[in-house]
Write a protein that binds this ligand. Sequence first.
Ligand code: ADP
Length: 681
Amino acid sequence: MEQAVSAAETDTSKSARLQQALALAALVVLYFVAGRLGLYFASVHASASAVWPPTGIALAALLLFGRRAWPAVFIGAFLVNLTTSGSIASSFGIAVGNTLEATIGASLVARYAGGVRAFERPRDFLRFVILAGLVGTAVSATIGVASLVIVGEAAWAAFGPIWLTWWFGDAAGALIVTPVLVLWSAHGSFTALRARLFEAVLLLIVVVATGALVFAHAELSRHPLPFLCIPPLIWAAFRFGPREVATSVLLLSAIATWATVRGLGPFTTGGDDQSLLLLQAFMVTIVVLTMSVAGLVWERKAVEHERSALLERERAARAEAEWASHAKDEFLAMLSHELRNPLAAIGSAAQVLSASGAAQGVAGRAVDIVNRPTRHLSRLIDDLLDVARLSSGKILLAKEKLNLGDIVDGCLALMRSSGRLDQHRVDVDIASAWVLGDLARLTQVVDNLLTNAVKYTPPGGRIDVRTSNEDDEVVLRVRDDGSGIAPELLPHVFELFTQGPRTLDRAQGGLGLGLALAQRLVVAHGGRIVASSPGPSRGSTFTVYLPRVDATELTGSSVEACASGVAPRRILIIEDNDDAREALRLQLQAAGHEVHEADSGIEGVEMAVRMKPDFVLLDIGLPGLDGYQVAERINAAGGGSRLIAITGYGQPADRERARDAGIERYLVKPVDAVELAHLLT
Ligand code: ADP
């Protein structure tokens, strides 16, 4: 087995070596042919030409294949010169010079100009021009001409002109030929070209036609029109890339060289050598200019491409986040639904026990113990749900004209009755302050500020509550002399999950949701909320500003509603959960109402149509007919009753659905006794 593996390895390495040898042989042939072609244009000396594509070939080979390509360059150069001059000594010297030129140029470019990527950015390309085009080529020219002089094939006096021709020819070869070879080999993708095949063919035709007219046309080429080469090259730079620009320059250069040695074109001023040098100077200028433009455009496109990829990724991430947030909302809704039903039953039952006076002594305390965590849990569930809604911007406000003073009074009364204000001195200064708002939401804001004031003020502390009217705003100020807020926390108190330092027992509890919700709710009402504190232990003040509405604009009905007392109502409860239904019935009966029950949708519809109660309290998650269908049927049968949904679902979409079904109000379990009583009046 091992033998088989090593035999296979030997085969692979043999074939790799063979391939390499073939590639090097091909390079020798290419170099040789290009060299013979170059020397065809030699005039100042048989071995020095202003047109020297082999430099470009050698440089490209070393950039693409690395150092291992140098022997091919050496052999190619040696053969070209040997077949030209017949002298082994000068051919050897020239071949050394040509090989050094390519290796030095390639290693400088690899090190300082991005190697094979030298043509993608203008900065790298300009470094390539200097390092490979001007510095590397000087090595070859110097060693080459020196070799000729030393072996006596050229006179010392001719050193200067031969050197210049040599250097220019090599530089033009490097700048015009190398980019074409490297770009087609290293970036040989045809996708863009194929996508614009028609335009590419058109470009090719225009380039060739321009070259022919400017350099080879018998009439036109006598005029100084070479600048006309620039527009097609700029077109290539903007619509294609450096590769197409380099190719177009090479084509133009080939046409121009061919025409110039034939005595045609604007550069045929003096002898052949001088004309070719002039032409090369022009071509080198053009290639530096247009390749830089192509590099700039290319770089810009790469940046745009990168940005659009980034945007794509950002879009995907956002979609994923939205999906996750939606899943979280759904989960919270389901969770709260599952928690709310049992909580509703516990809460209502405890309220019935307290109201009936049945629970005395130990039992009474036990009822209190049940009541408190029930309230606490309900609140947490509500807050979590609100966070979900507010985070997704889905909060619906059922706005009506309200007296903020009444809301504050109501909250204080409730807190007082439950003993929560017993340990503080509370100063109240309430003025009528009318706003357009959602009763439940504003109650939530006020309750949160008062609860915090109590929570963060030690027993014996003072709490100051006042409502007032200032210009076109209604102002609620809750001030305490409690623990205060540290300056570093103050700017963040309205952020979600922000909490001040806690004692180890976390006696203050909470999740850091209250103020965040309060702020978002106030903002949703078109108002603002401000926190201030002189520092730790020096108390805090929270001030809410809401847009004020004119009290005289109040409709009769809302004034009546405020003035009327509690009247007994005929109420039908449609609820399939026995505990919840019974607890609600007891609670309503304790308040003096006439209560009827149905435990299914069908029965509920039948009773509602027959009895025409004042109110129908309707569970939504009923088996068979759901609450929405029940509501639709009751309304279709003539209605007459006001429908109130009491449900564990609290999503905005559910509320909309309820409204469409003709349900007037939508209460989320566990129902707040005060809110329900308010609705029934
Ligand atoms: P929670 O009370 O659940 O921590 P809140 O959002 O209601 O969340 O309040 C955030 C933080 O702001 C509290 O943890 C507390 O540090 C600070 N804070 C709120 N109200 C007061 C107050 N009246 N006095 C001092 N600190 C307060």
